[in-house]
Design a binder for this molecule. Structure first.
Ligand code: ZN
Ligand code: ZN
Ligand code: ZN
Length: 350
């Protein structure tokens, strides 16, 4: 299977063409450009997918294509690579907060994060990426370089997950939205410390994008995106430099990350983000207070790579749910649905 950057003036026709040839869209950059996975022998027959753009392309397509091309050059390891998430000097990426106050049935939380839009990680997946920038120059504002870094990190994260399990036939369809806001003057506070800080910049950004406040607002955005892009699943992610209760966390269908990414740094956003996305699709943490054998995900698979299952840490398999690595263990794979009957038994050529 070959990975190919394609340009098109008709995304739907191009996707159909790729699918008919036994391939898939692995990463949609914009409606004008995408990364396809398809059999090597078929390249010459493509009609809707072009290896060069036909005429001018828009700025966002040009930017994402440039970032995609550069991201294929291997990077030197960063100092925190491979470090267990709860190591001294670092903060742990947040797990989902199971707040039952919104009238959801408790049973739902035992299956992935209880969200009908992310039961398991297979097939086509929308990723609504909302970058909440400050409209006032200063430390809360993203520089152009930081906007590029963020897109790079998001694409690396999605690219990794898209082919970590070939039988899952994953294609990610990110939608980058940049919103520059200023925080509303002090509002009333709520008891949930995450929500208390998040809602101030989040709801301002959602209003700017034409959506209602709160979970209803980002759910509406996600539903719109999923129907526009025709994906089975989806989630939203907010990136910002505005105050957050924790630097990275996943709640329901939503990931929130601070650009600075704690001591892990912006260059590790792709791994922390992949960790949080795995939570959204049902994976449990494997460090700290995880419970050996507790059941998670759509298939209710036991957390058998949890650190407490082992007499010594050296017996634990390396995994993104335990440490800052791009590897996913067999138990996490089952929790996010990379297991029959949700995927085929036989390995295909994808
Ligand atoms: Zn976690
Ligand atoms: Zn690839
Ligand atoms: Zn694992």
């Amino acid at each position: 299977m070959n990975e190919l950057l394609c340009y098109t003036s008709d995304f739907d026709a191009a996707e159909q063409e790729i699918n008919q040839l036994g391939g898939l869209v692995r990463l949609r950059l914009t409606s004008k450009a995408f990364v396809a996975a398809l059999p090597l022998a078929e390249l010459s027959t493509l009609v809707h997918c072009k290896i060069a753009p036909n005429g001018n392309i828009d700025d966002e397509t040009e930017r994402l294509v440039g970032i995609w091309k550069a991201s294929n050059v291997p990077r030197a390891p960063t100092p925190s690579e491979g470090v267990v998430w709860n190591s001294p000097d670092y903060s742990t990426p947040g797990a989902q907060v199971l707040d039952l106050a919104e009238g959801e049935a408790a049973i739902e939380y035992e299956q992935s994060t209880g969200t009908p839009t992310s039961r398991y990680m297979t097939g086509r997946i929308s990723a609504g990426i909302i970058i909440v920038d400050s409209n006032t120059p200063g430390e809360l504002q993203f520089s152009d370089d930081e906007h590029a870094t963020l897109r790079d990190e998001v694409l690396r994260s999605l690219h990794f997950l898209s082919h970590e399990e070939p039988r899952a036939n994953i294609g990610f369809y990110p939608d980058f939205k940049e919103v520059a806001v200023s925080l509303p003057s002090e509002s009333s506070s709520v008891s949930d410390p995450y929500e208390n800080l998040e809602r101030r910049w989040r709801d301002t950004a959602l209003a700017e994008l034409g959506f209602p406040a709160g979970r209803a607002g980002y759910q509406a955005y996600l539903q719109q995106l999923m129907s526009e892009l025709g994906t089975e699943w989806g989630f939203v992610a907010f990136f910002t430099k505005f105050p957050v209760h924790w630097f990275a966390y996943a709640i329901w269908e939503k990931v929130v990350m601070h650009f600075n990414n704690d001591a892990w740094g912006p260059s590790a956003i792709h791994r922390v983000f992949a960790h949080e996305i795995c939570h959204v699709f049902g994976a449990a943490d494997e460090y700290g207070n995880c419970q050996c054998g507790s059941l998670h995900g759509h298939l209710q698979s036991p957390n058998n790579n949890c650190v407490s299952c082992f007499g010594s840490v050296s017996e634990q398999a390396p995994c993104l749910m335990d440490r800052n690595v791009l590897t996913i263990c067999e138990h996490t794979r089952k929790q996010i649905g990379w297991c029959p009957p949700l995927i085929e038994t036989e390995t295909t050529t994808l």
